[in-house]
Design a protein around this ligand. Structure first.
Ligand SMILES: Nc1ncnc2c1ncn2[C@@H]1O[C@H](COP(=O)(O)OP(=O)(O)O)[C@@H](O)[C@H]1O
Ligand SMILES: [Mg+2]
Length: 344
């Protein structure tokens, strides 16, 4: 800062203090020598007072010297140490160190303050990026995905008005509008599922019924064989609606990957305090690299995919206090397993 004068260094302060102490000691020691040289001898009471004075001056000046070293060098270091410990425990990056002392201490404090400012700035940037990467990205991409069906609806209404005037049938347009609205509804409810934490309301259900209800929500092509593997008598307390919401996404992905023909096995097992559902397919499988991305919202390899299915599954299962695992081999197939806690 202009006008600010840099304090002198700890080294020069200590050298100055040492010199002063040395001069005082030397003068004290030399005094009787001069006295003897001029008066020829030392008076008896002078010798006594002189000894006391030497003791007081030497002890006093070394004590002052020690206090001074402590003040210019050790106390500031202790303060810095305490300050850093507080920053570390409170995690408050806006704290700044204000300290006086030697040049080295002030320069160390300035460096610490600079590092803290940079850290504070970077942390703010990261928080904003993370927000944009999460909620912000979901909002932006959700908006983007809604645009396609909206354009389909606008175009269908335009054609519908035209055909109405000409007295032509309009069912085709109404059907397209209906499908677009359903598609938009799916996007919105997927986004809601991603952002909210769900209430879990368990009731007694048969595991096979959970699987059967899930299958009733999807269309299985003729060339796809579906095998249900669950003990028909197994009953547990589960929130069937939530489990089916997750399971249907896994089954849909499995159907899509074996669309050219193949097999899907849906199984349920009751374990100790938990129940697991798995969906296994003989489809394309995935590489290690792909597996790392599949739970990221909007990651999709399908031309008409939304890339939200697995994000919804993960959100539902984690809200449920469970976990989702995936094993896959490229060209052979994939098995997703979700495990959730239950009451027997
Ligand atoms: N059973 C599966 N077999 C192969 N790939 C899969 C399977 N399930 C998911 N994937 C991959 O994960 C991606 C993300 O899946 P998902 O989140 O359900 O979105 P979407 O189905 O809309 O693409 C899919 O596009 C696909 O590449
Ligand atoms: Mg999907």
């Amino acid at each position: 800062m202009p006008g600010d004068t840099m304090p002198s260094s700890i080294h020069s302060k200590l050298v100055a203090a040492f010199t002063v102490t040395l001069i005082v000691t030397v003068i004290t020691v030399l005094t009787p020598i001069f006295y003897i040289a001029y008066a020829g001898m030392l008076a008896e009471e002078f010798a006594l007072w002189y000894t006391i004075a030497v003791l007081v001056i030497v002890v006093g000046s070394s004590t002052l010297y020690a206090i001074y070293i402590n003040r210019v060098a050790f106390s500031p270091l202790k303060l810095i140490d305490r300050f850093l410990a507080e920053v570390a425990s409170a995690g408050d990056l806006s704290a700044r160190l204000s300290i006086s002392g030697g040049r080295e201490v002030v320069s160390l404090a300035n460096s610490i303050n600079n590092i803290l400012s940079k850290l504070e700035e970077k942390t703010k940037e990261l928080v904003i990026k993370e927000w944009l990467g999460g909620v912000g990205q979901i909002a932006l991409m959700g908006g983007h995905d809604l645009r396609n069906p909206l354009q389909t609806i606008r175009y269908s209404i335009y054609l519908l008005e035209d055909d109405l005037k000409k007295g032509l049938p309009i069912e085709g347009h109404l059907d397209r509008i209906d499908r677009s609205v359903r598609y938009m509804d799916k996007i919105v409810s997927d986004l809601q599922d991603l952002s909210k934490s769900m209430r879990i309301e368990p009731s007694k259900v048969k595991l096979v019924n959970v699987i059967k209800d899930t299958l009733s929500m999807v269309e299985v092509p003729e060339n796809v064989e579906v095998i249900v593997d669950a003990d028909p008598s197994a009953e547990v307390y589960l929130d069937a609606a939530l489990i089916e919401r997750a399971l249907v996404n896994l089954v849909l992905n499995a159907i899509q990957t074996v669309s050219k023909g193949g097999k899907i096995v849906i199984s349920a097992r009751v374990g100790d305090g938990s129940v697991s559902f798995s969906v296994e397919d003989t489809g394309s499988g995935m590489s290690r690299n792909e597996l790392d991305k599949i739970f990221t919202p909007f990651y999709t390899t399908k031309p008409k995919g939304l890339g939200l299915g697995l994000s919804v599954v993960k959100n539902v299962i984690e809200n449920y206090g469970g976990k989702i695992e995936v094993e896959s081999e490229l060209g052979k197939g994939t098995r997703f397993t979700m495990t959730v806690p239950h009451k027997v």
